[in-house]
Design a protein around this ligand. Sequence first.
Ligand code: NDP
Length: 291
Amino acid sequence: TETPVTVVGLGLMGRALAGAFLKAGHPTTVWNRTPSKAGPLVAEGARPAATAGDALRAGPLTIICLTDYPAVRELLGAHENALDGTTLINLTSGDSAQARDTACWAGQRGARYLDGAIMAVPPAIGTAEAEILLSGPRPDFEAHRPALGALGTVTHLGADHGLASLYDVAGLAMMWSVLNGWLQGTALVGTAGVDAATYAPFARRIAALVAEWLPGYAEQIDSGSFPAEVSALETDARAMSHLIEESEAVGVDAGLPRLFKAMADRAIAAGHGGEQYPVLIEEFTTPRAAT
Ligand code: NDP
């Protein structure tokens, strides 16, 4: 028989999490502030807990997924005496400081604590497509790895509780950067009457090509040495000017390319023009005042 699990918070995401545990055969206890949301899950075999305290005491593992960290702290704070000896996995979205603070707070009350982030929409939960990121002590992860596998592709990132939140926003930075680059290109070719669907396969090949560069570029960043093996930053900067000029000439917004160029120009001014693109990491690690 599968290990019992408890899900606290039955919003869109919490209901998907509880549903995936039920589907995988885990005895599942559920609790939600608005009790009616438990109805369909109870019909599928979930056990409703009468109070959040009962839910926290119901078994060895509780998954909590509420709107935000203040909601989590408010709820857990009202049931502090139910935390001793339990393992809590908090899949609520938040920042790394909230994750580390909550880990410390829960630890002081005797709970084992893992912090997590979900990179998936509720319908994907329970499939390999759902990326679930977890951070916190590895033994606590290993103890519950089989149950967590019911939710999707689960990755333990390390002992620092802040890691899941950091990877979560890093993934968003990647996602929006790729999408914005694609939209810039879609707008450019659109001025020649090319529709988005016609352009998309080319854009996809370029995105895949660039993805191939990442491991080698990461080595340059980690070693702090950026020899221009394939292209110097100065060469990239000239191509950026061309992108800006073409965008302006055909009436497409040039704000994004100008941002790229401004970063490259600062690095060139600092003497890095003969080095390779990832030397721009310093533009990111050294924050500039917001304008
Ligand atoms: P919903 O708005 O659907 O659900 C929010 C849940 O939080 C409800 O169960 C609500 O209870 C509960 N809640 C809020 N405040 C409190 C409180 N003070 N005390 C007790 N319970 C409270 O949100 P989602 O389920 O979509 O999202 C939950 C978390 O999952 C968020 O952090 C979100 O960022 C994250 N997430 C969501 C994704 C999505 O696509 N939906 C994707 C990735 C992450 P009640 O029903 O009583 O209002």
